[in-house]
Each structure stands twice: as structure tokens, then as C-alpha cells.
Design a protein around this ligand. Structure first.
Ligand code: NIG
Ligand code: FE
Length: 409
């Protein structure tokens, strides 16, 4: 840290910078002995130290990265982080023989968390959720998506989305909110799923008017909503110009991915049962495949998402925690990097692109996810030599420093 010359311009040197830029000359866009110039919260320049323009060299607060690996700030593009309670008892029940679907059909599962979330006041929900967010941020997360879906009424969904917005403000990270009203049918609509879908469609304009929803999601599954019901929710989203995403083909091929792609979905998520038709449709629509190895692992699934098919159809792949109490009580995006590689056989470079560049795309954020001039100066310094180390270690956190919009967080 050093000499103050021109106010507002900072230089980070002695860094091994993994830009993750598309079409870079080296894997990961890795630049040895790299430098990053930052101004007004944006990247002004990035490249090899010896190519640094003279003007930038002369006008900077200099930070010595001491050989650290620098990557874009990590982006967790699929979470249900705001919820009340936990489901450890169900975890136990599953170990005693019950299945996730059986528990859900018996009124447990998502509905158990709906009861706990409704019972929690906004302050306690905020406090419970903040602990999870802080754990994620401790591993370099600078942008996160948070879904509703445990309130299932206008007031309760709004409560959860407000908590999500507040978390972003209090922790200084970007929070993108997604309305997942079509997550389960709440008890007051028991046996009347169509009426509940109507109610979801009516909640949407109200939440939109309060600025609480950046996107709309649904759970298209035999224990969730049919493709026809999902379409109704998507029509309502489209009427408000809100982008859609979908929990698709997690437990069965419900043909959600092709439907979502026909709405230009930002992403289709889970995808263990994705078909060739679904993958092709996603490729054509440019929808991101958000892979969630934590849920795959926790539910002890055996069917791996069709990675080869996704590669073949050039579907960008992202990785996320799916942080939720039922299928992925996980607050480690680094662990997802490892599981993406070990369980799904992604290459470390694909995995890392999955928590940076492609995760940004799944959230329609084109100002981040790679380190390039003009983009946000969100980056992380790691005690690592090579990017693959971030995927390789299990349960180890090499984060040294996080920088958000040019400021050390
Ligand atoms: O992404 N699949 C639907 N939703 C969550 C699980 C929700 C829950 O069990 O509480 C998921 O896996
Ligand atoms: Fe999910």
C-alpha cells in the first residue's frame, strides 16, 4: 500500500490475474505478473505489468497483491437463502428410509419451511439469513441471487424479498431477487393448485410495483407445478417484462427446460433429467444451465446432468449452492466448485467460469463476471498459485481479500 498520487486511481500489482474472459489467449485468461487499474469502482485496465500504460503507472495508489491469485468476485446465482428454521429432522427421517418426495407429499419438505418462515418475524429472518450470507461472502461471493418461495402469500413473499434486499444493503454485496411463488401449493390452497397459480399471477404485479422481484422462477416438477401451470406464471412475468428462470428436470423430465427456453429464460436449473430436445432448446435460446451439485449430493441422486449434451449444444454452464434447508443446506460456493468437478466432471476451468462469467449471465448482469476494462472492480485475492487450486481443495478457504467496486470489503 503506498504513495498517493492521483486521487481515485488505484493500481493492484504483483498479481496472477485470472480474467475468465472469453477467447483469452491462456486458460482462465491467466496473466502472470499482472496488474489491475481501478477507477470509480470500475476496472480501468488489466494486463501484464510490463504492458501497463505509463499514465496509469504514474497515477495510482498502489496495492501489492504479493503474488496472490486474483479472480472476479464469485457469483452465487441460485439460492433460497432467506428461510426460517431448518430441516435436520427430515434429514434424519431420510436416513431412516423416507424419500424426499414422500416427505414432501406428507406435508413436510418445502411446506415445513413455509411454516417456519411464516412464523419468523422480519428481524429474526434477517438475522438467520445474514449468517448464511456471511459464510458465503467469507469465500469470496460478491453477488448473490436470492429466491422467495417459502412465504407463498403476497405478504409473506414480500417479507422474504424485503429481507433479501436488506441483506444486500447491509452486507455491501449485490443481491438479485427472484420471485418463486410457484414453489409449492400452500395449505390454504390445498387441492386447488390452479387457484393458487392464479394467486401467484396476481402477486406478481404487486411485488413488481414494490421493486422486489428482478426475475421469476417456478418449480416445474411432479411434486411442484406442471408445464401448463408454469406457462401461466411465465405469461404473467412476460406481461411485466420480467425475465424468467426455472427449476427444471430435477427429479423427472417434465419438459420444463424447453418451455422455459421458449420464454427466453435466463437459466434452467438442476437439469439432471434434461433431454436432448431440452438441451437443444436451451442452446438456441441462450439460456444458462445452472448446475447444483449440492442438491444432487444431498439427495444422493445418481443421475448426473448431461454435461456432454450441454457442451454439444453450447449451453453456458453455471454452478451455484442452491442454499436451502431441504436439498442443499450449503453455504460454500468453493465446495460447489469441487463437487462440480468431482461429481459432474466439469473441468476446473468450466467450474470457475460457472461461478463467475456464466453465473453473471444467468442473472443478466453484463457488468461483471470477468475482469475486463469498464466492468465492475469486484475481485478476490486468493492464497493460491493456480486457479485449479480453488476447485481442488475440499473444505479449505484460501481467500485473502475481497474488493467490491474497487474498495476492500
Ligand atoms: O432447489 N426443488 C425445489 N426447490 C429447492 C428445494 C426446496 C426445499 O426442499 O426446501 C431446490 O432443490
Ligand atoms: Fe433451488
Amino acid at each position: 500500500m503506498g504513495r498517493m498520487r492521483t486521487e481515485g486511481l488505484q493500481l493492484w500489482t504483483n498479481a496472477r490475474v485470472a480474467t475468465l474472459a472469453v477467447g483469452a489467449a491462456t486458460p482462465y485468461g491467466l496473466i502472470e505478473d499482472g496488474a489491475l487499474a481501478v477507477q470509480d469502482g470500475r476496472i480501468a485496465w488489466v494486463g501484464a505489468r510490463k504492458e501497463l500504460p505509463l499514465a496509469l503507472d504514474d497515477a495510482a495508489v498502489e496495492h501489492d497483491a504479493q503474488g496472490a491469485l486474483v479472480t472476479p468476485g464469485l457469483i452465487d446465482c441460485h439460492t433460497h437463502l432467506v428461510y426460517g428454521g431448518d430441516r435436520a429432522a427430515e434429514f434424519e427421517a431420510r436416513l431412516n428410509g423416507a424419500s424426499y418426495e414422500e416427505i414432501a407429499r406428507a406435508g413436510g419438505g418445502i411446506l415445513a419451511t413455509v411454516r417456519a418462515t411464516r412464523a419468523a418475524d422480519e428481524e429474526s429472518l434477517f438475522a438467520q439469513s445474514r449468517r448464511r450470507l456471511r459464510a458465503l461472502c467469507d469465500e469470496g461471493v460478491t453477488t448473490i441471487e436470492i429466491k422467495s418461495g417459502y412465504g407463498l402469500s403476497l405478504a409473506e413473499e414480500a417479507k422474504c424479498l424485503r429481507v433479501a434486499r436488506r441483506l444486500g444493503a447491509s452486507e455491501g454485496v449485490t443481491v438479485r431477487t427472484t420471485f418463486l411463488g410457484a414453489h409449492a401449493v400452500p395449505p390454504e390452497f390445498d387441492g386447488r393448485p390452479e387457484d393458487y397459480v392464479d394467486a401467484v399471477c396476481r402477486m406478481l404485479p404487486a411485488l413488481h410495483a414494490q421493486g422486489l422481484a428482478d426475475a421469476v422462477d417456478a418449480f416445474c416438477e411432479r411434486i411442484g407445478f406442471s408445464a401448463a401451470q408454469t406457462r401461466r406464471v411465465f405469461d404473467a412475468a412476460q406481461a411485466l417484462d420480467l425475465p424468467v428462470k426455472l427449476h427444471a428436470e430435477q427429479l423427472s423430465d417434465s419438459q420444463g427446460a424447453a418451455l422455459a427456453a421458449s420464454f427466453g429464460a435466463l437459466s434452467c436449473d438442476h437439469l439432471e433429467w434434461l433431454s436432448d430436445t431440452g438441451a437443444r432448446a436451451m442452446g438456441q435460446a441462450g439460456s444458462v444451465a445452472v448446475l447444483l451439485p449440492g442438491a444432487f449430493y444431498f439427495l444422493r441422486e445418481t443421475r448426473v446432468p448431461p454435461i456432454a449434451l450441454l457442451r454439444e449444444h453450447r449451453v453456458p454452464m453455471a454452478l451455484a449452492t442452491d442454499c436451502n434447508p431441504g436439498t442443499s443446506p450449503c453455504t460454500s460456493l468453493l465446495l460447489m466448485l469441487n463437487m462440480g468437478c468431482t461429481l459432474f466432471r466439469l473441468t476446473p476451468e468450466e467450474a470457475l467460469a460457472g461461478v463467475t462469467r456464466n453465473a453473471a449471465r444467468a442473472l443478466a448482469l453484463d457488468d461483471r463476471g470477468v475482469l475486463a476494462p469498464g466492468l465492475r472492480a469486484d475481485f478476490v485475492l486468493w492464497d493460491a498459485r493456480h486457479p485449479a487450486e480453488l476447485c481442488y481443495a475440499v473444505g479449505f478457504n484460501p481467500r485473502r481479500t475481497t474488493v467490491i467496486e474497487g474498495r476492500i470489503a
